[in-house]
Design a protein around this ligand. Structure first.
Ligand code: ADP
Ligand code: MG
Length: 220
């Protein structure tokens, strides 16, 4: 069975007189263990799609199923619960609590679903190359460090579905290779990963590429 299904998602934004059609009928299915790259030019709807898939945003039409259960048009509390158990999420910003340090941010995420695993915490900090910054507060991190700490938080609970918005946009080549390796480990473990990315290196490793253009999935 598909783990994550989007059925005909539509999302419109209105700003004054302007109307933006961010998603115009996007459907997709992800199976357990799939590693998929979501690609497309800036403004094609990638971030909007990821927000709708995780229930952080509500589509104006269509629905999302997570493990066969509808996520769309549920109460905020239900969506939050489904999100906590099914997803690890990396957005383009706002992934960290500013008054907690890197380690505390990861620990908090672990505590939501899992028991706190000190060994795993150390591995995650190592994976994203932040061992020397583990005790720095979120506000003290550079842009790249913030993004990498956010990814460690997203991975903290070893989520069934990882949804990440440009996870390697601000990382060096070595870290990117380490992350690709981790995404492949997830695949072997039967965990699902969907990454919005502009990185050709990352896309080459993905089992499948979904391309968005102007709010629609492009067919090959
Ligand atoms: P991508 O992530 O592919 O760059 P986005 O999903 O961020 O694309 O944006 C798709 C379109 O929707 C763009 O035209 C963007 O300007 C617009 N958009 C996204 N979020 C909002 C919003 N909150 N309000 C108004 N327009 C938005
Ligand atoms: Mg985006």
């Amino acid at each position: 069975m598909s783990l994550l299904v989007a059925h005909e998602l539509y999302r419109f934004f209105h700003t004054g007189e302007d109307e933006t059609f961010a998603l115009r009928g996007v459907s997709l299915c992800l199976s357990p263990g799939e590693f998929v790259a979501l690609m497309g030019p800036s403004g094609s709807g990638k971030s909007t799609l990821l927000s709708c898939l995780t229930g952080l945003d509500e589509p104006d039409g269509g629905h999302v199923l997570v493990d066969g259960k509808r996520l769309t048009r549920r109460s905020e509390a239900t969506r939050a619960r489904m999100r906590a158990t099914s997803f690890g999420i990396l957005l383009q910003s706002g992934n960290l609590f500013p008054h907690l340090n890197v380690e505390q941010n990861i620990r908090l995420q672990m505590s939501l679903t899992d028991k706190i695993d000190a060994a795993r915490l150390g591995q995650l900090v190592e994976l994203v190359g932040l061992r020397h910054r583990a005790h720095a507060f979120a506000t003290q991190l550079s842009g790249g460090e913030t993004a990498r700490a956010g990814l460690a938080v997203a991975l903290a609970a070893n989520p069934p579905i990882l949804i990440a918005d440009e996870p390697t946009a601000e990382v060096d080549a070595d870290t990117e290779l380490r992350l690709i390796d981790h995404f492949e480990t997830r695949r072997r473990a039967g965990l699902t990963t969907l990454l919005a990315t502009h990185s050709p290196a990352l896309a080459r490793k993905a089992g499948r590429i979904i391309r968005l253009h102007d709010g629609r999935v492009e067919n090959d």
